[in-house]
Design a protein around this ligand. Structure first.
Ligand code: IPD
Ligand code: CA
Ligand code: CA
Ligand code: CA
Length: 255
């Protein structure tokens, strides 16, 4: 499956890359939630090619109506993760594809075509960046940990979510090395996987934001849970907490 999967994603990435260097018309799904014709075009290409090649899977995708689809043997697509970066010309944006068999993780691919960085992992086989094995960092001290996060789109309209974001930063920022917010959940997880960040957390994410990244991070030796240290469940949990494993408990204390 690997070869065909990557071939299709790299082909779709040409559409993303073409759009990245153009002036784009932006539509709003909600106050902070942007979409462009390129999000839709990348998604349509991936859906068409995946459904021809991988007939045993259904396809769940951000810009589609998924209401009649059951999560089981599924390919979960985020056509452009980091649309705000894509629109504004921040080269931190990616196609994210997670493959699940019987709801269980199978393969994760995250591809940033602007930097030509392809993250790949298959369960039990390790995680790779452009073919080279990657591993999480060995940092144990929370004070030396670089933590990444994201701000939910709901923070523009929902006071409670905004207050939660502020409360967590107030608690975590003084205790760690520093905090980053680069604007792509799939790449945030890959950056923990390759040892750039020690940890990452965010609330209100959707399955397509993290379906691939959690496979890549787990295969790189990291740990993923919800805020109560329980197994993170796609389509259900409010928080994702993802780390190199060594600082996991220390990060969880802040929730
Ligand atoms: C968003 C990005 C961002 C995160 C948002 C996501 P999108 O995805 O992953 O980093 O903070 O919560 O929704 O909308 O650019 O695909
Ligand atoms: Ca979006
Ligand atoms: Ca996303
Ligand atoms: Ca998206």
């Amino acid at each position: 499956m690997k070869k065909e999967l990557i071939k299709i994603i790299k082909e779709a990435a040409k559409i993303l890359k073409e759009g990245y260097y153009k002036n784009k018309k932006v539509s709003f799904k909600a106050k902070k939630d942007l979409v462009t014709k390129y999000d839709v075009a990348v998604e349509e290409y991936l859906k068409r090619e995946f459904s021809k090649t991988f007939k045993e899977f259904n396809i769940i995708a951000e810009e589609s109506d998924n209401s009649n689809l059951e999560f089981n043997n599924s390919i979960i697509i985020d056509p452009i993760d980091g649309t705000t970066n894509f629109v504004n010309g921040v080269p931190h944006t990616a196609i994210s594809v997670g493959v699940y068999k019987n709801k269980k993780p199978f393969i994760g691919v995250v591809y940033n075509p602007i930097l030509d960085e392809l993250y790949y992992a298959k369960v039990g086989k390790g995680a790779y960046l452009n073919g080279k094995k990657i591993k999480v960092s060995t940092q144990k001290e929370f004070q030396k940990a670089l933590i990444s996060t994201g701000f939910p789109y709901t923070s523009g309209t929902n006071k409670k979510d905004l207050n939660l974001v502020v409360t967590q930063i107030k608690s975590i920022l003084p205790a760690c090395q520093d905090i980053r917010r680069l604007g792509s959940a799939s790449l945030d997880l890959c950056y923990v996987a390759k040892g750039v960040y020690e940890g990452y957390y965010e609330m209100n994410l959707k399955a397509w934001d993290v379906s691939a990244g959690i496979i890549i991070l787990t295969e790189a030796g990291g740990k993923v849970s919800n805020e109560k240290a329980e197994e993170y469940t796609l389509f259900k949990d409010k928080y994702i907490v993802a780390t190199n494993g060594k600082i996991h408990k220390k990060l969880l204390k802040h929730f």
